[in-house]
Design a protein around this ligand. Structure first.
Ligand code: HEC
Ligand code: HEC
Ligand code: HEC
Ligand code: HEC
Length: 450
């Protein structure tokens, strides 16, 4: 613990808690320096490092005067040091790694996954935010665990980690009410509201002498309202903002709470006996500038910055192209000037809010979805992103009629690009079986006729 203790000594927010679960008379007190007695032979120590809710922070607080706290490169070297002292250390994440709030977040998320892959996490819980770009986006990168949402067999419902005689069973419960997938149609995510299967698995794990760890984005109180925690040894509850919570016992469950934004790691030192916690202590490991960046991640970081730059230049080029007038699209507001009646009908239709609906399900940055929920995505001069092409959001006139700039410049004398297309052909661009199973031209057209 040496160097961390000296780092910790300088910081006021550290916790250092030391408890035994059973009364002292029954259980041996486990403390540093205590020699093992014969009665303790079946006990073994285990260290769990845990974290949660990185929330897309490659490097948090890079702008502050003190420099940033934490960050992926520093986390890598801290974990390396911890593992060099104890190769058996178990490293768990409660998930929430990604963010999908801005145009650069997809790229950043890709690099977070790559960076995390270098950590060799033993298991990572999936949170809704991790599914922002779809299950396929994250699937192969890490040992993800998701116990109550069926996203097409992409993730394990539980993950077993073995260390010596002890086995740790890691589970993850997501709040179904917070599911953005709920509103989607078709094949998207089935959330199981009933905890029956998870409770069964927890019971079985305990019966087999495993240490059960459950991650959730809910608070301990909320999850206790949804299911019994009697077979949960350790609950990693929903993250607090930045600072780790103080661990506590709720019944027989040890509840820990990670802090968000990747600034710190939680360290739980356990004394176990056949999957039962005999004693524990807890501390929070900060990641100040004195922890060096892991050199292995230097190339990863440079590559990320290169990609961000390339992305930025692409954006600038797209904007220049639009302002130079080379886009064949004009946007609905221009059509409105001559077709006010048609515009009114369109404005009141679902098509006009197709992009907002994507935002509601946190998918407004997934090209696989944007395609049908904006104008001309991936076509020259078409929708690019919210900032550059904010006039091409949603399913607009030009999604159906085709690019209209030439038509507008000729004041209607030239036909729109898709003039001559049948209704069927127009609708079939997007109303395909997979995304609109109930589509029927005879019933759908009257709803949008103009
Ligand atoms: C400056 C006025 C003006 C603007 C702006 C304008 N239109 Fe027109 N549009 C016309 C006129 C005039 C006609 C009728 C032409 C005719 O009947 O021969 C027309 C006809 C149409 C028609 C039916 C005939 C055809 O060409 O297929 C469609 C569809 C149409 N416009 C779509 C659009 C769309 C989409 C936009 C925006 C991209 C738009 N218009 C913007 C003036 C305009
Ligand atoms: C091939 C085109 C297409 C793609 C790709 C597509 N959608 Fe859609 N989406 C549609 C159509 C068409 C509808 C309307 C379905 C209907 O009502 O029949 C729709 C409806 C929706 C709705 C329902 C809105 C409501 O209030 O009922 C949501 C939400 C949605 N899509 C999200 C997504 C997400 C998320 C993705 C990416 C995973 C996606 N879509 C990809 C065409 C598409
Ligand atoms: C979902 C596809 C779709 C969208 C969105 C859409 N249209 Fe149309 N529009 C059509 C179709 C299909 C027709 C042809 C109707 C027919 O043949 O009876 C049509 C017909 C028209 C016509 C000719 C009307 C007439 O009286 O013959 C105009 C003008 C027009 N649209 C303008 C617009 C404008 C302006 C917008 C946007 C504010 C818009 N449309 C949005 C599909 C669409
Ligand atoms: C560019 C893709 C695209 C095209 C082309 C398109 N739609 Fe849509 N449509 C959508 C999307 C996306 C939605 C879902 C919008 C939302 O609610 O977020 C939708 C929704 C609808 C709805 C509302 C469904 C409901 O449950 O109220 C109707 C009706 C509809 N479309 C009819 C049509 C018809 C008819 C055509 C062809 C003339 C057509 N659409 C062409 C993408 C498209």
């Amino acid at each position: 613990m040496g160097i961390y203790m000296s780092l910790l000594g300088r910081l006021s927010f550290r916790h250092f808690i030391w408890l035994t679960l059973l009364s002292l008379a029954v259980a041996p007190v486990w403390a540093e320096g205590t020699a093992k007695s014969v009665a303790e032979v079946t006990e073994s120590p285990l260290t769990i490092i845990y974290s949660g809710n990185l929330e897309g922070e490659l490097e948090p607080c890079g702008c502050s005067a003190e420099g940033n706290f934490g960050g992926i490169k520093r986390r890598a070297s801290l974990l390396q040091t911890l593992r060099s002292k104890d190769p058996a250390v178990v490293v768990l994440s409660a998930g929430g790694l990604l963010s999908a709030d801005g145009p650069g977040d997809r790229l950043k998320s890709q690099y977070i996954l790559k960076g995390f892959a270098a950590f060799n996490y033993d298991a990572v819980a999936v949170q809704w935010r991790d599914l922002s770009y779809g299950a396929e986006f994250i699937e192969s990168a890490l040992p993800w665990v998701l116990s109550n949402v069926d996203v097409g067999g992409h993730f394990q419902a539980q993950h077993l980690i073995t260390r010596g005689a002890e086995t740790i069973a890691y589970f993850n419960w997501l709040d179904s009410k917070a599911s953005p997938l709920r509103q989607m149609q078709g094949e998207h995510g089935l959330v199981k509201d009933s905890p029956t299967e998870l409770l069964k698995a927890l019971k079985l794990a305990k019966a087999q002498g495993q240490l059960t760890v459950l991650a959730t984005s809910l608070s301990a109180q909320q999850i206790a309202g949804q299911m019994s925690l009697s077979n949960v040894d350790i609950l990693i509850e929903g993250a607090a903002y930045e600072v780790y919570g103080k661990p506590r016992m709720e019944g027989n469950t040890l509840v820990v709470q990670p802090g968000s934004r990747g600034m710190r790691l939680g360290r739980l030192d356990l004394m176990l006996k056949a999957g039962h916690i005999q004693g524990w202590k807890h501390e929070v490991l900060p990641m100040p500038t004195s922890i060096p960046d892991a050199p292995e991640l230097a190339a990863w970081y440079d590559e990320y910055n290169e990609r961000v730059k390339a992305d930025y230049l692409k954006r600038v080029a797209a904007r220049n192209k639009l302002t130079a007038g080379s886009s064949p699209y004009v946007g609905e507001a221009v059509c409105q000037t001559c077709h006010a009646a048609q515009h009114k009908t369109w404005f009141d239709s679902q098509h006009a809010i197709a992009y907002e609906d994507l935002e509601d399900v946190n998918k407004a940055f997934d090209p696989a979805c944007i395609k049908c929920h904006t104008v001309g995505f991936d076509l020259p001069g078409g929708f690019f992103d919210m900032n550059v092409t904010g006039h091409l959001l949603g399913v607009q006139c030009e999604s159906c009629h085709g690019a209209g700039k030439a038509h507008v410049e000729a004041a209607g004398a030239k036909p729109v690009a898709n003039a001559g297309w049948s209704k069927e052909k127009i609708c079939a661009q997007c109303h395909v079986q997979k995304h609109s199973p109930g589509f029927n031209l005879d019933t759908y057209w009257p709803k949008i006729a103009h």
